[in-house]
Design a protein around this ligand. Structure first.
Ligand SMILES: *[C@@H]1O[C@H](CO)[C@@H](O)[C@H](O)[C@H]1NC(C)=O
Ligand SMILES: *[C@@H]1O[C@H](CO)[C@@H](O)[C@H](O)[C@H]1NC(C)=O
Ligand SMILES: *[C@@H]1O[C@H](CO)[C@@H](O)[C@H](O)[C@H]1NC(C)=O
Length: 372
């Protein structure tokens, strides 16, 4: 009996200690985010393109080696593993943000911790506008930023039940408006002679989406610039004269164009900050964050920064196995996954930079744990 009693006491003490620990833990997490709502293109897509598009369009993406490093299977991410949003979700103790397509198809129950609306190929500008500028030459993705924001508005009544409830949810929610705007440049031909006209429009579309989200109740927003696309394997034109490339081998013209766009996005964000002083809008310098590893690849364990780790090539068109392509031995030593997208290893460094504040102005709230 006596022993039993003391056991009970120990159990009780343990439980109290645990509950205090629990409270400390809750105390630490106070102020952190409890949901993520995200918009963008293939650099942020976690399954919307595969969820909404014709499977014949996406044969490669639906097979390994996509997902091989982390998930062990393809997930609709254009990556060998986790992307930036996944690392950020982990850091704040959140689940991987489910794609809106899975919500629509009834595969996701809990949407209170976030939804990802990003679709590969998406543009900041309305897709029909892009089509008109391309003389109707087709594009694959019609789900541009305005469409994605429209999905969010449509979903909102299922997210929260009334103004008070929505305010409570959004007070703790982190919104990512992009990155987006790289596809616009690409689909319009990376054209310098029209950039003076198109870049302000692209930035206006991003600004419009940000304002809509603020009006819908968002109070913590991240608006990223675009990465140095001139260092992205799939965009580097080969065989040009040497002066077209910088000392790292990146295609200068493209980077200059992205820099112009980023400068205007940053400017637009600083104007939004003045206009909406009650919300926190972080400009994330994606370009600078990615340049960390392009400038010093060895420091991050990369031995190859311009060639892709995976080049898909079907050796048998019927079987569509893609095994006749190239697959690098260790994706962690490559920055580029499949030509147009980063490897998990590269995304991890960029995600770290989103959180730690060197490239986020202002920095995000303290995460529960470090990205590892
Ligand atoms: C850039 O746009 C101009 C004006 O529309 C056009 O004449 C030119 O062919 C375009 N260049 C490229 C590379 O698309
Ligand atoms: C941004 O919103 C304004 C006001 O609704 C609208 O007139 C303008 O066309 C929008 N711009 C873009 C690029 O969507
Ligand atoms: C291609 O794959 C299909 C289906 O697996 C198979 O029937 C066919 O024999 C293969 N062709 C070649 C040339 O290997």
């Amino acid at each position: 009996m006596g022993q039993d009693k003391s056991m009970k006491k120990i159990v009780f003490i343990l439980l109290s200690a645990l509950s205090i620990l629990g409270k400390c833990h809750a105390g630490n997490s106070q102020g952190a985010y409890e949901a993520m709502f995200t918009f963008g293109d293939s650099l942020s897509d976690t399954g919307n393109y595969v969820g909404f598009h014709d499977p014949s369009d996406i044969e490669v993406l639906n097979k390994l080696p996509y997902g091989k490093t982390f998930f062990g299977k393809p997930t609709g991410r254009f990556c060998d593993g986790r992307i930036i949003l996944d690392f950020i979700a982990e850091a704040y103790g959140l689940p991987f943000v489910p794609p809106y397509a899975d919500v629509i198809h009834g595969k996701v129950q809990n949407i209170r911790q976030g939804v990802n609306f990003a679709v590969a190929g998406a543009t900041a500008l309305d897709a029909n506008f892009i089509l008109s500028k391309r003389n109707q030459k087709p594009i694959k993705t019609m789900e541009s930023l305005d469409v994605q924001v429209g999905w969010f508005k449509k979903l909102k009544p299922s997210l929260c039940s009334n103004e008070q409830d929505c305010a409570r949810l959004f007070k703790k929610s982190l919104f990512f408006v992009g990155e987006i705007g790289g596809n616009d440049l690409g689909l319009l031909g990376f054209n310098f002679s029209t950039a003076g006209e198109t870049i302000p429009l692209i930035v206006e579309a991003i600004t419009n989406a940000t304002i809509t989200l603020i009006e819908e109740g968002a109070v913590h927003l991240v608006v990223p610039g675009n990465p140095p696309m001139g260092c992205t394997a799939g965009f580097i034109k080969s065989g040009l004269s040497k002066d077209q490339y910088d000392s790292r081998g990146c295609f200068k013209r493209l980077n200059t164009l992205v820099e112009l766009e980023n400068k205007e996005i940053k400017q637009a964000v600083s104007e939004l900050k003045k206009k909406y002083p009650h919300v926190t809008i972080t400009f994330f310098d994606y370009y600078g964050a990615a340049n960390q590893f392009y400038d010093a690849p060895q420091k991050y364990g990369f031995s190859e920064m311009l060639k892709p780790c995976f080049v898909a090539k079907a050796c048998n068109d019927t079987a569509k196995t893609y095994t006749c392509g190239f697959l690098c031995e260790n994706p962690a030593t490559y920055t580029n996954w499949d030509g147009a997208h980063y490897t998990e290893a590269a995304y991890k460094i960029i995600a770290q930079s989103v959180i730690d504040g060197h490239f986020s102005h202002p920095p995000l709230k303290h995460p529960l744990k470090k990205i590892a």
